[in-house]
Design a protein around this ligand. Structure first.
Ligand code: GLN
Length: 238
């Protein structure tokens, strides 16, 4: 049994939303907790099952249009994620998972589909697919290094006053308005795949820090930093 203080990491709907290895985000959180001796428990919630409301970090990934619609319907009906976020749980929502967090998003034919209303954003279908590398400079309030990853989506996302842009786009499309993703409280939404937390370990640590409620021991990330530098310079030199 995990200890009382174990960080509970909940992956929502691996059977519906998990494109481009987004589930790797859970592995990265597990690994970074383990390397620091932070006890954790990982939970994978299939779409037929209720979403536990006692998690500390919730993760949801990208997906095709139809599973995205199904996931939104089930999460709305279930209500567990709403209760968890009302308790102050942290969350990383990626691409389709990011879009469904808002009030509406675009379905297969671009029709508006009702979202979860958990972030003050709304999405629709854009005219061109945003596909390729995405590089963005993070909101200085979050104190994180440059974000890198790749994107592949038709959706464009408009932010309301209840959220802040996560980052300013340097290369790529992101929300479609020059910014990428958003954040509000302990919830982060992003178009980044890679998986996002493998390409941006500092973002993983932000979620862990929110969950643990205190500063984390530093890790030797020189290997990952070298890979990040390589990737960023490859994108810059194109
Ligand atoms: N179906 C959504 C879109 O095209 C999300 C795609 C994704 O998650 N990669 O915008």
């Amino acid at each position: 049994m995990p200890s009382e203080s174990a960080v509970r990491i909940v992956w929502i709907y691996p059977d519906l939303l998990s494109t481009y290895g987004d589930q790797g985000n859970q592995l990265v959180l597990e690994q970074r907790a383990a390397r620091r001796g932070i006890p954790f428990e990982s939970i994978r919630v299939r779409s037929a099952d209720p979403v536990p409301e006692t998690g500390d970090i919730y993760l949801i990934g990208g997906g095709e249009d139809r599973p995205q619609i199904l996931a939104a319907q089930r999460l709305r009906k279930d209500g567990g994620l709403h209760r968890a976020l009302a308790r102050g749980a942290a969350m990383l929502a990626v691409c389709a998972g990011y879009q469904i967090m808002g009030s509406t998003f675009g379905g297969e034919e671009g029709q508006p589909v009702q979202g979860l209303g958990l972030l003050d954003i709304s999405s629709g279908r854009g005219s061109v697919r945003g596909v390729g590398e995405l590089v963005a400079e993070v909101d200085s309030a979050l104190n994180l290094p440059t974000l890198t990853g790749f994107e592949n989506h038709m959706g464009v996302t408009r932010l309301g006053p209840g959220v802040k842009p996560l980052a300013k786009v340097v290369t790529g499309v992101g929300n479609g308005d020059g910014f990428e993703g958003c954040h509000a409280g302990h919830v982060v939404g992003t178009y980044l795949h890679g998986p996002a937390l493998a390409r941006n370990p500092a973002l993983a640590d932000l979620l862990l820090r929110w969950a643990v409620g205190s500063e984390l021991a530093p890790l030797d990330d020189s290997r990952y930093e070298a890979l990040r530098r390589e990737r960023l310079s490859a994108v810059a030199s194109r």
